[in-house]
Each structure stands twice: as C-alpha cells, then as structure tokens.
Design a protein around this ligand. Structure first.
Ligand code: 3PG
Ligand code: MG
Length: 399
C-alpha cells in the first residue's frame, strides 16, 4: 500500500505545525437529553490525537455529526463532543462555532503547540457533501487553509466522496492516522485469505443495504447467518408469511435467487420473537419462522435460532458480524443480539465486529469489548471495503 502514515509525518516533525485531522466523531446522542450515549468513536481517535499533541502539533480536528442539510442545525452541534474529547484527552479542547469561518480561523490562530481545537460540524456547509466538484473544491480550499498537513483518521467516513475526506488530501500533504491504518489492516485479512471456516453474521433492517455485500461475500464465506429485520424478506422468499414484520416486497425475488444460488451457505432463523406492536412493553412470544401470526411483528430471532447460529459459529476460525439480530434497544428483544454476540466472543476465531449498530450493541449490552478481535468504527465503510469497492477516502491517501 503506497499510503504514508502518521509515523512518517511525525518523523518529519510536526512541532508548531497546524495538523488538520479528519475524525469520525459521529456519535449517537440521546434524543431527550442530547447526551453522548456511546463514545466509542471518540476513544478510537485518541491514539492519533495523543501522538500529535505529544509531538507539539497544533491539532485542528474536524468531523461530521448526523446528517444536517448543509446549514447550521443546533441538534447536530459537535459542542458536546468537544467536552467529552477534552475529558478523554485530559486537556481542554477549544471549540469553534463554525467550520471555516471567523470562529474557526481565530481558534486555529490562537492554538499553542500541543493544543487541540475542534471545528463545528462539517455538514453545516453545503460544500462538504456536494456532488458538484467545484462546490466541494471551494469548501475544501477553505478547510485546507486551516492546516499545513492532513491526517485522515475518519475510517467511518472513508466511503464518502466528501470534501473533507476526498478533496482536502489533494490540497495538503496527507497521511493515514492510526485508526484508519488498523481498520484497513484488519479488514484486508478478511478479503485476503481468511482462516476457515469463515462465517459471516448479517443483521440490520434492510436487505437492500446489504445486497452488494451479500453478493460479494457469498462466493468466499463458508456460512452466512442472517437475522435482524432483513431476515423477513428472506423468510418471505422461502414462502413464509411474515405478518406485519419489516418486509421489502421488491427484494423478495432477489432473495429467492440468492437462496437458490447459495447452496446451504445461508442460514435463516427457524423461530422469531413476534410482538403485538413495535414497543418495548408489547405482548410477545416465540413462534416458528413459518408460523408468524398475521397481525404480529417479528422483533428478534428466537432461542432455537440463537442455538443454531451459535453452533455454526463455534467451529469458525474467522467471523465477521454486522447488524443487530433484533431491536436490541428494547430489552425484551435484545436476547438474539446478545446470544449471537456472546457466541462470537466465545469462538476461537479471529472476530471482527462491523461498526455502527453492532459496535454500539456490544457496548450497550455491556459485553466485554476485549473478547472481540476488532470492533470497527465504520458500518457502511467496512461493508463497502468487504464489497471490494474503491473507497474515496483511501484512494485519496494513495495519491
Ligand atoms: C456512519 O455513522 O456510518 C458514518 O459516520 C458515516 O455517516 P453517514 O452515513 O451519514 O455518511
Ligand atoms: Mg451510516
């Protein structure tokens, strides 16, 4: 890989230089209180930031949070993240109330060596996500003016062709941060020659989101276990009624085709937890996957399925898991995700948890993070990596 790394940059010396770090600080916030409910992504970028602080750089951190529409929107402010980042770094983090405006310029100007500033949400600016090269480029010019060198440590966003990810590295000396390097190192083991059996567990709500990765994985995996909301479209493809469970009608034929082509690789639930309503206190019970009552909604995989999945995972030597098995945020429907996560943790295998919801589930369910080989910070990014797609953020670092 022809990518320069943070160590290369540190070897050049960064003392007194402004180093612009693109991080993925897109953390989940509590809808009521606005509190950070999972700071995993903030902690994941500390090795890179810590090394730059230590080396006396003026560290300028930028990130997106949520999906604001190209204009300031207070519910997506990064201010609470600045506070948490400061606590974790053990030093104050200066916060700029805009991204490339007066506040940002002043904050960067005022930085002493070894200090850190966080800019306001990149996506408060239309140029960040614009599909128009010139509009993105103009924003990238402004952002690049705030640094003398660029570090990409935003693994969760490397699949986005956004200004801060794709266009800024074309304007500044650029390197990959510690997190991006580690993520790529781990995921390349899965696309290279994984030790077998190689078992993949997929969940989450939509088949359409996972179709490309299923297509890419089917020839390489030994087993593909499917749970979560997406399993109902597969169950329907098997000819079962799924009541009012999540269903992508237009994907049923595709799922049928996948099942036909997969030999016995794809394993589907044999029982599900079906509820009266999508609510934490809804009445519910376990029913066979081919007997979901018409008015009921499947919200988790059942215990027999967990046992079957656990048996398939037991002998695996390599495991990749992306997507919860049920609505794990509601305790009544968290057993499937917990059971499968525990089976993965117990397996004597190289285990990788794809980011996003599955990483959040590991922490929310209080599971021991160290029981997993690697917990990715990228949901979409890790899937696109496994699909073999060119990731704009990685490609930009290679140039
Ligand atoms: C994520 O949470 O998947 C990353 O931060 C990327 O966010 P996005 O899907 O809104 O681009
Ligand atoms: Mg996403």
């Amino acid at each position: 890989m022809s990518i320069r790394t943070l160590d290369d940059l540190l070897a050049e010396g960064v003392s007194g230089r402004r180093v612009l770090v693109r991080a993925d600080l897109n953390v989940p916030l509590d809808k009521q209180t606005g509190d950070i409910t999972d700071d995993g992504r903030i902690r994941a970028v500390l090795p890179t930031l810590g090394a730059l602080v230590e080396a006396g750089a003026k560290v300028v951190v930028c990130s997106h949070l949520g999906r604001p529409k190209g204009a300031p929107d207070p519910q997506f402010s990064l201010r609470p993240v600045a506070g948490r980042l400061g606590e974790l770094l053990g030093s104050r983090v200066h916060f700029a109330t805009d991204t490339v405006g007066e506040s940002a310029r002043a904050a960067v100007e005022a930085l002493a060596d070894g200090e850190v500033a966080l800019l306001e949400n990149l996506r408060f600016n239309k140029g960040e996500t614009s599909k128009d090269d010139a509009e993105r480029g103009a924003f990238a010019d402004q952002l690049a003016a705030l640094g003398d060198a660029y570090v990409d440590d935003a693994f969760g966003a490397v699949h986005r062709k956004h200004a801060s990810v794709h266009d800024v590295p074309a304007r500044l000396p650029h390197v990959a941060g510690r997190l991006v390097l580690r993520e790529v190192e781990v995921l390349s083991k899965l696309t290279g020659e994984p030790e077998r059996p190689y078992v993949v567990v997929l969940g989450g709500s939509k088949v359409s989101d996972k179709l490309a990765v299923i297509e890419a994985l089917l020839p390489t995996v030994d087993r593909l276990l499917i749970g979560g909301g997406m399993c109902f479209t597969f169950l329907k493809a098997q000819g079962h009624e799924v009541g009012s469970s999540l269903l992508e009608e237009e994907m049923v034929a595709t799922c049928r085709n996948l099942l036909e082509r997969s030999g016995n690789k794809i394993l589907l639930p044999v029982d599900v937890v079906a509820a009266d309503a999508f609510a934490p206190d809804a009445a519910h019970d376990t029913v066979p996957a081919d007997g979901i009552p018409s008015k009921r909604v499947g919200l988790d995989i059942g215990p027999e399925t967990v046992a079957g999945f656990a048996a398939a995972l037991k002998g695996a030597r390599t495991i990749f898991w992306n997507g919860p098995m049920g609505v794990f945020e509601m305790p009544a429907f968290a057993h499937g995700t917990r059971g499968v996560a525990e089976a993965i943790a117990k397996a004597e295998a190289f285990t990788v948890v794809g980011g996003g919801d599955s990483a959040a589930a590991v922490r929310a369910l209080g599971l021991d993070e160290s029981a997993f080989g690697h917990i990715s910070t990228g949901g979409g990014a890790s899937l696109e990596y496994l699909e073999g797609k060119t990731l704009p953020g990685i490609a930009a670092l290679e140039n």
